[in-house]
Design a protein around this ligand. Structure first.
Ligand code: FAD
Length: 414
């Protein structure tokens, strides 16, 4: 039965699953997306969209629409929280020769998902089924079958391929027996969102990172429903405390007042707690099942690379999958997807996000001093600043992925 189906099935209608639907649907491939929610979730997760990702979202104006509903942020800063000193400031302008987007766009991920959903409405060959939960996957020689649970019962759908874009707890990944290797941090990450204007009151730019041996912090601005926008602060949360203790009004006020004392209690519009992991799927392709986004890799949010990596997966995968399905490219190209994207997930995103966290939480005074010196020296030297920003903006990893071929893997494994 599956052999007759030319559909691409997608488990998960988050930004990565929806983008895959758009990239394939635009080429005329029939696509069916299943998502267990009613609509895109508006919890405060990804916002920072890096230059390398904006380039991929440029061609039908998605990057420009994201900038319109978000904020353009060319600069980011590092601060020493205990002394209140600004350590270094980096301006993406040094990347002007490397990208047409020498800045990040702060666009909340549910807005990105909604912009993609709008575009999907004009594609009759794409069906998005909200409130449909993937519960099982059966891969066979001639295609793949997905079992889905909805209010009106359990149904099965056949497809030529299945993209698992159903997030970190991916059922597609689990039902395909693909290990998710790595570790989970003992501390959770607490996100507190407030309209308190940290730029006006304190001089923080739209992306500011605070090193502190006791409690690092990230502070970001998002546009929310429009000016003046909101500020998100991210802190590590004591693993010995319960969610109730961490999220109580008193604890939240105390945390924010400790970060920056204010004359009045903070207005807190969101408070969220996240478990953070560093994990990568053992393989990104198994038969007709392909993993992308958080289903394939998860990392801590410092540096804002998780969704960026997922969007880069989607662009890489859909280009190859469309070539296989429409233009007779060899199926082996899907292994190249898996190789390119898994390699950068391991060698770049995992390493960089772990290093970012270590830099902010370093306790040893000599190590802290060395970190600060390195940041200052890089910021003062345009050539070094460019190299640093090529990594943070994910241009270097995109170049690395593009340069990889399957022959390289064969040579390595010999
Ligand atoms: C505090 C925080 C801040 C972050 N900031 C950034 C940032 O600035 N930049 C960045 O790049 N990344 C950031 N991230 C990471 C980013 O949020 C994720 O990488 C991103 O959500 C991944 O998108 P996705 O579409 O792969 O998965 P998800 O967004 O998790 O979407 C998966 C979808 O699948 C659905 N689903 C799950 N299971 C099933 C099922 N069985 N059947 C059907 N549907 C299912 C879910 O409901 C969901 O809609 C941040 C994360 C956190 C926690």
């Amino acid at each position: 039965m599956a052999a007759s189906s030319k559909d691409v099935l997608i488990g998960g209608g988050g930004p990565v699953g929806l983008l895959c639907a758009l990239l394939l649907g635009r080429q005329g491939i029939p696509v069916r997306v299943f998502d267990n929610n009613k609509e895109p979730q508006d919890d405060p997760r990804a916002a920072t969209t890096h230059p390398a990702t904006l380039e991929l979202l440029h061609h039908d104006g998605l990057a420009e629409d994201m900038a319109r509903v978000g904020l353009v942020a060319p600069i980011f800063q590092f601060w020493d929280r205990p002394s209140g000193q600004k350590i270094a400031e980096f301006d993406h302008a040094v990347l002007a020769g490397d990208t047409s987007f020498p800045y990040v766009v702060q666009c909340e991920q549910f807005k990105t998902a909604k912009l993609i959903l709008e575009r999907l409405k004009s594609l009759a060959n794409v069906t998005v089924m909200f409130e449909h939960e993937v519960v099982d996957v059966r891969d066979a020689a001639d295609g793949v079958t997905v079992t889905v649970r909805a209010a009106d019962g359990v149904k099965t759908f056949d497809g030529a391929y299945l993209i698992g874009a159903d997030g970190g707890r991916s059922v597609v990944r689990k039902k395909s027996d693909i290990a998710f290797e790595g570790f989970t941090y003992p501390e959770r990450f607490i996100v507190l969102t407030t309209p308190f204007d940290f730029q006006r009151e304190r001089g923080y730019c739209y992306r500011s990172y605070f090193a502190d041996p006791d409690e690092w912090c990230n502070c970001f601005k998002v546009s929310a429903d429009g000016p003046p926008g909101l500020w998100r602060t991210v802190f590590p949360a004591d693993p010995s405390k319960s969610e109730e203790e961490l999220m109580s009004d008193a604890a939240v006020q105390e945390r924010l007042q400790r970060f920056f004392p204010a004359p009045k209690p903070y207005e807190v519009v969101h408070r969220n707690l996240y478990v953070a992991h560093q994990r990568v799927a053992a393989v990104f392709r198994k038969g007709h099942v392909l993993l992308a986004g958080d289903a394939a890799h998860v990392n801590n949010p410092i540096g804002g690379m998780g969704l960026n990596g997922g969007i880069q997966d989607a662009a890489n995968l859909c280009e190859k999958l469309a070539a296989v399905m429409l233009h007779g490219a060899p199926e082996r190209d899907l292994d190249l997807y898996a190789l390119q994207r898994r390699t950068v997930a391991v060698e770049f995103v995992q390493q960089q996000s772990i290093a970012n966290k270590k830099r902010l939480e370093a306790r040893d005074p000599a190590q802290r001093e060395q970190n600060f010196r390195e940041l200052r020296e890089m910021a003062a030297d345009p050539a070094r600043a460019r190299q640093f920003l090529l990594r943070t903006s994910m241009i270097a990893s995109q170049r690395r992925a593009a340069a990889m071929t399957l022959d390289v893997q064969l040579e390595r494994s010999m």
